[in-house]
Design a protein around this ligand. Structure first.
Ligand SMILES: *Cc1c(COP(=O)(O)O)cnc(C)c1O
Length: 388
């Protein structure tokens, strides 16, 4: 990307880091062998995949046999939910309206196949009370799917408390931890979930690699049928370079997480404080229990999309609402779920910082947003109506 850009859309994707790129390179040409082969380059590729599985497991406090590689976070979410309903034979799924489309659309699809979906209510701070799960759960539930950290408003859910409730009822629980891994400590055993999704490209690995962590003893049905890869549950020749990239990204992301988070959090606080100085502006999602790099702010009377497009002209990459809804005129489903009116939801901007951002970046972003918001409001009929 052009050097003059300030990239502040890290919840959409991240740049592949130097260490990840370096870890991947040998497996494109020097050792491109299929890990299933019998010759030594093949056994060396198989060894690399084995090592990656073991190292990723260790970083997340899971066991190597619990790690299954997938093509992305979306695939991991699909697999977890579709296989859980198949495994249990039960007809109800509990989730929330805050989930990523990878979970929501999977549930909507299953609804067309006769499954019942229960959505847990969510208060304005974006954090679901485990008490709500207690009220909704029953022996008829196949799986509960609640994300660990939200991709739009960054709020962190009380997943370990929810896992305890699920286990009292013998119900499986899945968590989408795509945004959480690398940003907050993620301990698979301590969380107590049965399944956990993650993705490479949100943590400086390439797009097109992810994993589903499945608790030992759960015999999840196969998702892709074919060869013996991933013990036959997810067939297809292993993407060795990307698996090695994911390994490196997770090693990097789980080293010094706290130190990095502290720095990113200080930038976020400076950004939020700066933006909330603009009148008729609100922070979406809990101020404290959110990802260190996430600021989601609504500016009343304007459209977040126009703001994002004008910021692009100033060399700033951010997102309106959520990247997945760019081009949509519908306000974000997450902002609606926490009770925002259409007017407030439409004025939302998501800025997601990483350790590559600086104080100068933040100050420039605040300055440009302040300027552009004033300009947009000057020509906004909604703003004029409010002012009267
Ligand atoms: C990005 C994202 C996904 C999808 O991951 P892909 O690897 O892009 O398929 C799923 N859930 C959340 C919370 C995400 O942020």
């Amino acid at each position: 990307m052009d050097k003059r850009y300030i990239y502040a859309d890290n919840a959409a994707t991240t740049k592949v880091s130097d260490s990840v790129l370096k870890a991947m390179m040998p497996y494109f040409q020097d050792n491109f062998a299929n890990p299933s082969g019998l010759y030594s380059p093949a056994t060396s590729a198989a060894r690399a995949v084995r090592q990656a599985r073991a190292d990723i497991a260790k970083c997340l406090n899971a066991e190597p046999g619990e790690v299954f590689f997938t093509s992305c976070g979306t695939e991991a979410d699909n697999w977890a939910i579709k296989s859980a309903v198949e495994l249990t034979g039960k007809k109800r799924i509990i989730t929330s309206k805050l989930e990523h489309h990878a979970v929501l659309k999977t549930c909507e699809y299953l609804q067309t196949k006769g499954f019942e979906i229960t959505y847990l209510p969510c208060p304005e701070n974006g954090i679901i009370e485990p008490e709500e799960l207690k009220k909704a759960i029953g022996n008829d539930v196949a799986v509960v799917s609640i994300m660990l950290a939200n991709n739009e408003i960054g709020t962190i859910q009380k997943v370990s408390e929810m896992a305890k409730i699920c286990h009292e009822y013998g119900v499986l629980i899945h968590t989408d931890a795509v945004q959480a891994v690398g940003n907050i400590p993620v301990d698979f055993k301590a969380l107590g979930v049965d399944m956990l999704s993650l993705s490479g490209h949100k943590i400086h690995a390439p797009k097109g690699i992810g994993a589903l962590i499945v608790r030992k003893g759960i015999n999840l049905p196969s998702f892709i049928h074919g060869g013996k890869q991933e013990v036959g549950k997810r067939a297809g020749t292993e993407n060795v370079p990307y698996i090695m990239g994911l390994r490196q990204a997770i090693l990097d992301a789980t080293t010094d997480t706290e130190k990095r988070s502290e720095y990113v959090l200080s930038l976020r606080e400076r950004l939020i404080d700066g933006l909330l100085k603009i009148e008729m502006t609100r922070l979406n999602g809990d101020r404290d229990n959110r990802l260190p790099g996430n600021a989601n702010i609504s500016f009343y009377g304007i459209e977040g999309e126009s703001l994002a497009l004008l910021l692009d002209m100033k060399g700033i990459c951010v997102s309106s609402g959520s990247a997945c809804t760019t081009g949509d005129t519908e306000p974000s489903h997450v902002l609606k779920a926490i009770g925002l009116s259409d007017e407030w939801a439409k004025g939302a901007l998501r800025i997601t910082l990483s350790e590559e951002n600086t104080i100068e970046d933040v100050d420039y972003i605040v300055e440009m947003i302040t300027e552009i918001v004033a300009k947009l409001r000057a020509s906004s009929t909604l703003w004029k109506k409010t002012a009267l």
